[in-house]
Design a protein around this ligand. Structure first.
Ligand SMILES: *Cc1c(COP(=O)(O)O)cnc(C)c1O
Length: 439
């Protein structure tokens, strides 16, 4: 048998998109973020203590396209962009489904996930603004790793506040960030006033993402040459990630692929948004009937069980209030391996799309997602990240529905990352010691 043409559709380096697509231009008026003190719409100045001007401009922009600076495009090559679009023939065969399954390979980045796409853009704009250090938080470690690596490309320093529990349990992630030159603190840390306060009250705490965000913001707010960087949720992050969806659309055009379903997992919403928004723009214009599915964890089911309302982005209530699907700022999800899906809220742009009925969501238990990940690894050869296993699970479910109904649909999903640093999760699944993730 000849190698099928659509087994893998590659684009040349020039295929890296020239502009980012902004869904805010097409989705209608968004509810603005609110200042946490006054509860009035936040002004750009409210963000200046922690973000540089260009990032703030992008955050509030309603322009449909924003040019990607030449230097950002040049450096995206180092993240292995453009990423291939691949067909999962062996998975299709094992499922005996008439459906076609394609996946976009964000796992091919040297960082192991899609997160570098926005890290790179954010590091560039901050370096341009004369910022010498970026601070951030990290839970599982993917985001900290991404920011640590790209900081080298623009000669800036990177300080990561890593949730203490992960800091102690995931020494390889810490080693990776330090390899890239980042300074990594276990959070809560004695480096900040807030960290000191928490440590005094709860010396044994394993920390939380909320505390780590507060520490990273405090460090940035205190020094005009230090800015804070966030890896998901905000509009500018969704924007930077749209290179994924634009490349995918070009690859689908080349391969003559007309998708019936676009699927991605959703934690804060950035790989889903980046993958789906360019095509969702087409749907809003009436040019496609494609359905969009966000796959989330039952441990933090913001889209399927949350409320659409104003809520804080962090636990302490320091950040502006965002209009989003949320489980509440104090919601503490169960500890699952898909650390990137343990967030109480959802990106305002993804939330708005959900509220308008443009997308749907499905939530999954931990065990069934690892089962899907195993099936994928054993047929296609690559081991999906625990987060990505949620998208794999949704794709398999739909492929089986197609089999039932004898429908030859086309499913395209986003493989947001690989699981080679999460093998402990696979080990637990194989040993039968893994638990489910229900609330
Ligand atoms: C962080 C992460 C996610 C979840 O974050 P989003 O902002 O929702 O994309 C999903 N997959 C992987 C591999 C991640 O690292």
């Amino acid at each position: 048998m000849a190698i099928p043409k659509d087994i893998r559709i590659d684009l040349p380096p020039e295929g890296i998109p020239k502009r980012w697509y902004n869904l805010a231009a097409d989705i209608g008026q968004l509810e603005p973020p609110l200042n946490p003190g006054t509860r009035k719409p936040a002004s750009p100045e409210d963000f200046e203590a922690i973000f540089c001007k260009e990032i703030i401009r992008q955050e509030g922009s309603a322009e449909r396209y924003i040019d990607i600076p030449e230097e950002v495009r040049d450096n995206l090559v180092y993240l292995n962009r453009p990423a291939p679009l691949q067909r999962a023939y062996r998975l299709e065969r094992s499922l005996k489904t008439p459906a076609k399954i394609y996946f976009k390979r964000e796992d091919m980045s040297p960082l192991g996930s899609h997160k570098g796409n926005t890290a790179l853009a954010q590091a560039y704009f901050n370096a341009e603004a004369g910022i010498h250090t970026l601070t951030t938080e990290t839970g599982a470690g993917q985001w900290g790793t991404a920011l640590a690596m790209v900081s080298n490309l623009f000669d800036i320093d990177c300080t990561v506040f890593m949730v203490r529990g992960s800091f102690e349990q995931k020494p390889t992630r810490k080693a990776l960030m330090r390899t890239y030159g980042a300074t990594v603190h276990a959070s809560p840390s004695p480096q900040t006033e807030f960290g000191k306060k928490v440590l005094k009250e709860h010396p044994e705490t394993t920390g939380s993402l909320g505390i780590a965000i507060s520490e990273a913001c405090e460090m940035a707010a205190k020094d005009p040459n230090i800015c804070y960087s966030l890896g998901s949720v905000l509009n500018h992050v969704m924007l930077h990630q749209t290179v994924i969806g634009q490349e995918t659309m070009e690859q689908m055009r080349i391969g003559g692929i007309e998708p019936d379903y676009l699927i991605a997992c959703a934690g804060g919403g950035s790989n889903f948004g980046g993958f789906a928004f360019p095509m969702l723009g087409e749907k809003i214009q009436g040019r496609t009937d494609c359905q969009f599915i966000a796959a989330e964890s039952k441990a933090a089911p913001s889209l399927t069980e949350g409320e659409f309302k104003y809520d804080f982005g962090d636990t302490a209530g320091f950040t502006p209030l965002l209009m989003m699907y949320t489980l509440g700022q104090e919601f503490i999800p169960k500890g699952i391996h898909a650390g990137g899906l343990r967030y109480h809220g959802m990106a305002p742009l993804v939330s708005a799309a959900m509220d308008k009925g443009l997308i749907t969501a499905r939530a999954y238990e931990q065990l069934e997602t690892f089962e899907a990940g195993m099936a994928f690894a054993r047929t296609e050869g690559m081991v999906p990240a625990p987060e990505s296993c949620h998208a794999v699970k949704a794709a398999i479910d739909i492929a089986l529905e197609c089999k039932e109904k004898k429908e030859e649909k086309t499913i395209v999903f986003c493989m947001s990352g690989h699981g080679m640093l999460d093998l402990y999760g696979y080990e637990q699944y194989l040993d039968g010691t893994m638990q489910d993730s229900s609330v």
